[in-house]
Unconditional design. Structure first.
Length: 86
């Protein structure tokens, strides 16, 4: 399982799919509503780096699910792929 990190000047997020959340037996309601972002259709989630991403990764660890963190990508705050624009 891969998690891509996206960052801007103020925050960073781990990008996961709704299927990845389900595999970890987690749902959107398990995360901080104002910090974690989702695409309009709810298929991709951006888990905030300080609180929600560690929760997700700890859950994967506890289940013995291996994951790989992909290199951080910096995006300007106005870039359409920046979770702030979701």
């Amino acid at each position: 399982m891969e998690v891509t990190i996206i960052a801007d000047n103020g925050h960073a997020w781990g990008i996961v799919s709704v299927e990845q959340l389900k595999a970890a037996q987690l749902s959107p309601s398990d995360f901080t509503r104002n910090m974690t972002k989702k695409t309009p259709h709810g298929l991709i989630y951006a888990l905030e780096e300080d609180c929600d991403l560690p929760k997700y990764l700890n859950k994967l660890d506890s289940m013995g699910i291996r994951y790989k963190i992909r290199d951080k990508k910096f995006l300007d705050e106005t870039h359409p792929d920046n979770p702030r624009t979701w």
